[in-house]
Ligand binder design. Structure first.
Ligand code: DAT
Ligand code: MG
Length: 155
């Protein structure tokens, strides 16, 4: 089976709490998601606006933009046969109360603070994964990874 790539981010609320970011990292490892690339970085307000441009105009947009540029982010490129869905399932629902009541063991169920400060981000489709990996890791080439590295991970 070919590995699928996705982009995962630990948001500033969780990076600020080492035990929480460690727990999220552990969740990645224990679910056999492969860490292909990882880095810690800070966003400017305009990085934040550009990344979330699909939400401009929503009532929470300003809050989201401020929050995502308020402190360090930890970004990952993750690989798994079903990486996009697996990571989204591990995160749980966007809204913290829904997460807490319907998926209490999910990342957002356990650690989410509010609907905006919800611990992690994950790409929601193959197209968004491609765009988001390029956004965070501009030097990463998806096609050369599939040619040169992906075959080595196959069992
Ligand atoms: P997701 O992060 O689950 O893909 P999304 O793409 O709908 O969710 O929204 C992006 C982020 O915007 C989300 O992680 C947190 C914030 N957000 C979404 N809906 C919100 C709401 N109703 N109130 C406050 N923040 C919200
Ligand atoms: Mg989304």
């Amino acid at each position: 089976k070919v590995l699928q790539l996705t982009l995962a981010v630990i948001k500033p609320d969780a990076v600020a709490h080492p035990l929480i970011s460690e727990a999220v990292h552990e969740k990645i490892l224990s679910n056999r998601l492969l860490i292909i690339r990882s880095k810690i970085l800070n966003w400017t307000r305009s990085d934040s606006q550009n990344f979330y441009t699909e939400h401009s105009g929503r009532f929470f947009y300003q809050r989201l933009v401020e929050f995502m540029s308020s402190g360090p982010l930890r970004a990952y490129i993750l690989a798994h046969e079903d990486a996009i869905k697996l990571w989204r399932d591990l995160m749980g629902p966007t809204k913290v109360f829904r997460a807490r009541y319907t998926m209490p063991e999910s990342i957002r169920g356990l650690y989410g603070l509010t609907d905006t400060r919800n611990t992690t981000h994950g790409s929601d489709s193959v197209e968004s994964a491609k765009r988001e990996m390029a956004f965070f890791f501009p030097e990463f080439s998806v096609s050369s990874w599939y040619e040169q590295e992906e075959p080595h991970f196959r069992l």
